[in-house]
Design a protein around this ligand. Structure first.
Ligand code: GAR
Length: 221
């Protein structure tokens, strides 16, 4: 087994994905440890979850013009002190700047609540319902300068039922998110997933643009 991965998690809110990651690290499903949680929102429930696990946690303010101007630089400095092998955006609702992304190139992954490339950005569940899509889901991908556009590691889908509200769909998607994010991170930390340039390899085989199908993976288990 490779060395234990040092994982920094960036959040903005509830932190249910963070909780799933921490529990999977503690139970040994993920070969890693969450060494810090950083939030863009002072009142994020995720900060309380981190504190309960005694994980160093902090909030980086972005109120004054000076703080706004220096936000990414400050974030970079704070993240760097933890020497992460992997940075996970788990409900992080800010756009990272190019300097941050190039500083941690190939080490940042994001979970997005849609089947990318469909519906990058916000309000994904409502957009899928309004488009009368039959399914939705979530995507784990490497972060590049293109918003929600980096190479896809894994996608998992759930059905959309007629009369679904955005909240109902979001709950169904979140359930799959927790399992899928843990699975993707566990494969990365076991060094079974590698990124070279824009291509992802899973157990040394080139992945298609859609990444690993989480549903298929679950059927095989
Ligand atoms: C999750 O649904 C995640 O996919 C989404 O925010 C939620 C966070 O929930 N992320 C984005 O929309 C990023 N663009 P959580 O705080 O309970 O993990």
């Amino acid at each position: 087994m490779p060395k234990k991965y040092r994982i920094v998690v960036l959040i903005s809110g509830r932190g249910s994905n963070l909780q799933a990651i921490v529990e999977a690290c503690l139970s040994g499903i993920i070969n890693g440890a969450v060494c810090a949680v950083i939030s863009s929102n002072q009142n994020a429930l995720g900060l309380e979850r981190a504190a309960k696990f005694n994980i160093p946690n902090s909030f980086i303010a972005k109120n004054t013009n000076e703080q706004k101007k220096n936000y990414d630089k400050h974030l970079c400095e704070v993240v760097r002190t933890y020497q992460p092998d992997l940075i996970v955006l788990a409900g992080y609702m800010k756009i990272l700047n190019a300097d941050f992304i190039s500083m941690f190139r190939d080490k940042i992954v994001n979970i997005h609540p849609s089947l990318l490339p469909k519906y990058p950005g916000l309000n994904t569940h409502l957009r899928a319902i309004n488009a009368k899509d039959k399914k939705s889901g979530a995507t784990v991908h490497f972060v590049t300068e293109e918003l929600d556009g980096g190479p896809i590691i894994m996608q998992g889908s759930v059905p959309i039922f007629s009369n679904d509200s955005s909240e109902q769909l979001s709950r169904r998607v979140l359930e799959i998110e927790h399992k899928m994010l843990v699975t993707a991170i566990s494969l990365i930390c076991a060094e079974k997933i590698k990124k070279r340039k824009d291509t992802i390899y899973f157990e040394n085989k080139k992945l298609s643009k859609k990444g690993i199908s989480f549903n298929h993976l679950m059927e095989q288990r």
